[in-house]
Design a protein around this ligand. Sequence first.
Ligand SMILES: Cc1cc2nc3c(=O)[nH]c(=O)nc-3n(C[C@H](O)[C@H](O)[C@H](O)COP(=O)(O)OP(=O)(O)OC[C@H]3O[C@@H](n4cnc5c(N)ncnc54)[C@H](O)[C@@H]3O)c2cc1C
Ligand code: SF4
Length: 328
Amino acid sequence: MHPFHYVQTQEPGAGVGQVSGSPQATFLAGGTGLLDLMKLGVQTPQLLVDVRKLPLAQVEELPEGGLRLGALARNSDVANHPLVRERYPTLSQALLAGASGQIRNMATVAGNVMQRTRCPYFRDTATPCNKRAPGTGCSALEGINRSNAVLGGSDACIATHPSDMCVPLAALDATVRVLGPRGERTVPFTEFHLLPGSTPERETVLEHGELILSVDLPALPAARRSLYMKARDRASYAFALASVAAVLELEAGRVKTARIALGGVGTKPWRATAAEQKLIGQQASPALYEAAATAALEGAQPRAHNGFKVELARRLIVRSLTTLGGKS
Ligand SMILES: Cc1cc2nc3c(=O)[nH]c(=O)nc-3n(C[C@H](O)[C@H](O)[C@H](O)COP(=O)(O)OP(=O)(O)OC[C@H]3O[C@@H](n4cnc5c(N)ncnc54)[C@H](O)[C@@H]3O)c2cc1C
Ligand code: SF4
């Protein structure tokens, strides 16, 4: 591991100053992602600014009825919070489907949002990877790409965003509250992560030194009827091959509200707006759910080893909607 300096910060503005003042500095939260990558030599920061003493670990009700998830709230605390379980079951289920109990007890909301891809070539410094070392090429395009993305890829990178938690956050229209050297700003969650394009090393809209303060969930009564489904190689401790966060509200047999987002198949947490548009206002039926699922995967670009993800994601969408709609 490369040598590095370590400081603890007690105040958000001071932490922002410490990281933005040094190009090789980065924030440290639970450390479950960052320290792995430092041990592998994939990330080599010279200064770690530990944010764990900041007062950002609360889950609080917002005046308009939503919830504020503090950046440092632990994944297990969010998953088991009574209001999250009651109002946004899809989020609780997604968190509980991720990693292991021990990791969820360390991992934070912001760390989860900022986690890096699990593309094996990104984590192997002996291989070319445009995301890790811009301009070196993408080993996955012609290599082993079973775990890679079928939606949102480019000629430079087809890495999936690996998070489970981020999938419901995209479906629920969360927003990310951020503090930077020039003050606070709010970013819609669906615009927070970037498509790889020709600059896959740039993964989010965050500028260097900007600190996530919270992820805010809007009031969405329909989300009480929501779920998360994840398909993976093992029953636990495995990243998604495909996953779905879905909200479905029916009124007199017609779809009143539909929210769908996909994980494991896109280069960012993937909001399936085309599928939602197929559903809204229509009479709920198995054929409608099939049509929505097909729309969600339209434009998918499978590679040599990941074509199965298209059908897997399609079936997960149908199963999610069928379960929520109470139809067989
Ligand atoms: C064995 C294993 C299995 C896993 N399985 C899953 C899984 O199935 N599903 C899943 O979703 N995830 C999984 N994960 C990933 C896990 O969810 C992440 O490692 C974790 O959420 C990262 O959170 P952290 O607080 O530890 O972040 P850290 O490791 O401390 O930081 C991660 C990144 O976030 C940045 N960061 C942290 N806080 C802030 C902030 N406030 N503002 C700006 N940037 C910040 C850091 O600088 C760093 O770049 C797994 C991890 C491991 C090790
Ligand atoms: S898919 Fe992206 S992360 Fe994976 S090797 Fe290619 S450039 Fe690197």
